[in-house]
Ligand binder design. Structure first.
Ligand code: PLP
Length: 548
């Protein structure tokens, strides 16, 4: 299997190059040259596999054996998911006959990004180790310096994905004093030598700008081989497809207790996904295209609703039309941002109770646009791979220049065949958290999950009786304690410490921390930090080698 850029189409890359490159040089995102179909007996053969076993089956459809052998892939996957606290990795929880929650937050940082970043970290390490094993004695080792900015939600998932990985160092910038205490503690209490938390006196946007400057500095970038772990990396999408398959089998098992085999065979799943950068739900789209019987995928957004507006009108536009567009603020996907949210400093991003979904544009959406162009415009030039890339390039160019683009009716029709979209406001989010806590089975949802649960209820009335909803739960409620407490403080019987706070969070605030303070938001200061540690790490490696 080879990969190509959504804006190029001609050059084909190996899986390894695709993963190590991240964002394509032409600004596009990598997708596979074709979507593999499920093997004939997948329903029976895969029915009882564990998460890790299923991951080997699904991922090997996208990764050639001569790139990663089956044994190596199994070892990578087992190592990645051994860090999860739940034996099923991503368990499925029943709320009522028609509604289930797929919990994706049992990884080390209690949020869904762990599913992808635990795997991505091991993959980086595997590729670097293989490259370095081929080096002659004394030859410079290949290293990777991952740099990212976070507003707190997702920096920790990147840190936990890369901690203690050989030949990789990670620098995560956060605005000092502006991330929640729990999130700050989650990041800064990781004391592995290759992990560097940089607390910048400034805002999240300042951090983001510094990262952009570093990536734009060709010399510095080449010298340190800067890498990004942002949500456009193909390996992240791929890792996320696995839980769609696993939940399909888990749902079948749970329903078989009450349904006849024939009724069971009729069941179709509607997945409802709290969405920001479109990575989580895109994995579901791939699963559907591979042959998993998914009814439709529901895009649930908060009031940063560019996607919900797209499904209403076919216009993909940063700012709701009517409000002016500041074209100068338009940028390409931000390479280097490890945060889930891709922010552009128009001031157009609305702060919500579900901050991991606060985005202005949705970086992975470009991948869906490629498939829509390819299929939807089949009678024109776009029928070829390169043709579809041309169409996507033109659309993205328009978004960059004018802040908006509109797709043809046929393309919108196709998008509506596979997806529904709903926007959910903060008040509804709080109401939903309250509703599920106060009614059996008394489930405590985090605000992102609550956006999904709300959208699920809105669309349910139009569903076919054979449809069952699975809402993806993207974070543990303790991670977003402020919103949860705000919703539930008046509810009878609510006890945050007793019911919500996991033992891992207790005492976290008192643990030893390692953090580097930067007194002004200046790229030069961050460069000096990176230089200093790079020297220490290189000399550490050579002295270790000398002592062997
Ligand atoms: C990143 C994130 C999301 C959004 O996922 P996308 O793949 O960006 O759509 C939702 N919820 C939480 C808690 C997240 O961290």
């Amino acid at each position: 299997m080879k990969y190509f850029s959504t804006r190029g189409g001609e050059q084909l890359l190996s899986f390894e190059d695709t993963v190590l490159t991240g964002l394509a040089p032409d600004g596009g995102l990598y997708i596979p040259e074709h979507i593999p179909q499920l093997p004939k007996d997948w329903r029976t053969e895969w029915a009882h596999l564990s998460f890790a076993e299923l991951a080997v089956e699904v991922l090997s459809l996208y990764i050639d054996q001569d790139e990663i052998s089956r044994d190596d892939l199994r070892a990578l996957v087992e190592k990645s998911y051994a860090t999860f606290r739940h034996p099923e990795v991503t368990p499925l929880v029943r709320l009522d006959d028609k509604t289930y929650v797929l919990e994706l937050f049992h990884g080390p940082t209690f949020a869904f990004k762990d599913v992808a970043l635990q795997f991505l970290g091991n993959l980086f390490e595997f590729f670097l180790a293989r490259r370095n094993a081929k080096k002659a004695h004394g030859e410079q080792r290949e290293r990777l310096t991952v740099v990212g900015a976070t507003s707190g939600d997702t920096g920790s998932a990147a840190i936990y994905g890369l901690r203690n990985k050989k030949d990789i160092s990670i620098f995560i910038l956060h605005p000092k004093g502006r991330v929640s205490p729990i999130q700050e503690a989650q990041m800064t209490t990781v004391t592995d030598e290759n992990v560097h938390n940089v607390a910048v006196k400034g805002t999240f946007d300042d951090c983001q700008d510094i990262v952009k400057t570093l990536f734009g500095d060709k010399e510095f970038n080449a010298k340190h081989r800067l890498g990004a772990v942002n949500s456009i990396n193909w390996a992240r999408i791929l890792a996320q497809t696995v839980y769609y398959f696993l939940s399909y089998f888990h749902l079948g098992r749970q329903l078989s207790a009450t349904l006849s085999p024939s009724a069971l065979a009729e069941i179709r799943i509607q997945y409802v996904v709290p969405t920001g950068n479109f990575g989580d739900i895109l994995a579901g789209y791939f699963a559907k295209r591979m042959g998993l019987p998914i009814a439709r995928l529901v895009v649930a957004t908060n009031s940063n609703d560019i996607l919900a507006r797209f499904w209403r009108s076919g216009a993909y536009e940063k700012v709701d039309s009517g409000a002016g567009v500041d074209a100068s603020a338009a940028t390409a996907p931000v390479e280097g941002a490890s945060d889930g949210a891709q922010r552009v400093d128009t001031g157009g991003v609305k702060e919500t109770l579900s901050p991991a979904m606060d985005i202005l544009v949705s970086s992975n959406f470009e991948r869906l646009l490629w498939y829509l162009a390819h299929e939807g415009l089949a009678e024109s030039d776009a029928e070829t791979r390169v043709g579809a890339c041309g169409t996507v390039s033109a659309w993205m160019q328009a978004v960059r220049a004018d802040g908006r683009t509109t797709v043809p009716a046929r393309v919108l029709e196709l998008a509506r065949r596979d997806f529904l979209a709903e926007r959910v406001g903060d008040e509804q989010t709080l109401d939903t958290i309250r509703y599920y806590f106060e009614n059996a089975p008394h489930y405590v949802a985090d605000p992102h999950t609550a956006v999904g649960l709300t959208a699920a209820r809105v669309v349910a009335s139009q569903n076919d009786p054979s449809e069952v909803q699975v809402v993806l739960s993207t974070a543990h409620p303790a991670k977003f304690s402020e919103a949860v407490t705000r919703a539930l403080q008046g509810s009878p019987g609510f006890d945050f410490e007793g019911q919500v706070l996991p033992p891992e969070f207790k005492g976290l605030l008192e643990k030893e921390r390692r953090v580097i303070d930067i007194d002004a938001p200046q790229p030069e200061l961050v460069k000096q930090v990176i230089e200093r540690f790079a020297q220490e790490e290189t000399s550490a490696t050579s002295s270790a080698r000398a002592s062997v």
